[in-house]
Write a protein that binds this ligand. Sequence first.
Ligand SMILES: *Cc1c(COP(=O)(O)O)cnc(C)c1O
Length: 422
Amino acid sequence: MSAELPNRTVERLRPFGSTVFAEMTALAVATGAVNLGQGFPDTDGPASMLAAAQDAIAAGLNQYAPGAGMPVLRNAIAADRARRSNIQYDPATEILVTVGATEGIAAAILGLVEAGDEVLLIEPYYDSYAAAIALAGARRRTVPLVADGSGYAVDLDALERAIGPDTTLLIVNSPHNPTGTVFTRAELTRIAEIACKHNLLVLTDEVYERLVFDGPSSGHSAGSTPASSGHSAGSTPASSGHSAGSTPVHVPLATLPGMFERTVTVSSAAKTFNATGWKTGWALGPANLIDAVRSAKQFMTFVGGTPFQPAVAHALEHEDQWVAELRRGLQRKRDRLSTSLTKAGLTVKASAGTYFVCADVAPLGETDAVAFCRSLPARIGVAAVPVTAFVDQPEPWKTLVRFAFCKKDDVLDEAAERLLEL
Ligand SMILES: *Cc1c(COP(=O)(O)O)cnc(C)c1O
């Protein structure tokens, strides 16, 4: 009967009704395909963290946490940031625990962006940004990443040109989903200069901050110069320091000059500790920005799940070795899947971090990644998502496909065998 019911979804949410991710996952389930479409790991986080959550439940930590999150977690987040990034956030006023990074992003946009304002995105972009902007009654404008060697770089001049009188917020995501690009210090420095010059607020999504790999991926071409070749402001993307041989590093945008006071940083336990189902994230920033995020957050969820909070605090304090091993394992998985994709005839793009690698299906004679991804589960029993699902202007991306490698080796091997049928 439901087919006859009228669509009652509000106008501003209609464009976000059904996602290509849900479609591809449904196809994967229907066909028994290996699902490299959705980016969640298929193994658990550190055992001590899992035990800490169980202990918290047994100890009676089952009621509402304080609105800002449990002090034990806010303190752990502050200590972790200070240790790894040498930046100090006050756990009392500058840290807010959220229901995943997703809520941190939505609450930041709802709390900081006026209806009618313009929000600048770098595309491809994570899908929740556009929906949150629409919920806020704001508008989005996008600037595409551009090809740079076998990877991607930010077109900094285009970024600055896209800023208009109504632009109030810029969203930056590095390490970047879906491409795996880790923005260079030079790029981020220039982004910071642009944000300061135009007095923009910045929301930085750093959920993959710990998942940056050591060396170049097999998608890189060999033989160019090391990271020190980073470009000066305004130069062409080709010299941006994404070249092979450079060691990518995550630079938190809030640590750059002039940025602390205008930046909300969002991160989460999901990707760092293989706990995407815990939905435990955080927003960091100066008190006046975090106040705005809290204003929105308190009426969406008030607080997140209590027992997860001391468990994530424990992991932040004690599981660095586990995270280092996760990172090394993911790097091997990136290489494993990249090799399989290359063997199958796709052109693999460089990925320096995250769970993802993108590959071009044009060498297979394909002209449309959406059609390719729709047919793939039935054809060979593999699911993936087209990069066009992450953009407003599909043209430059129309034969690119995102594959997730955050899966067990036997799952990746099964996918590899099936890909050879292409
Ligand atoms: C997974 C992901 C998120 C969501 O994180 P949660 O903590 O699960 O809400 C946000 N941004 C990006 C880029 C992601 O890949």
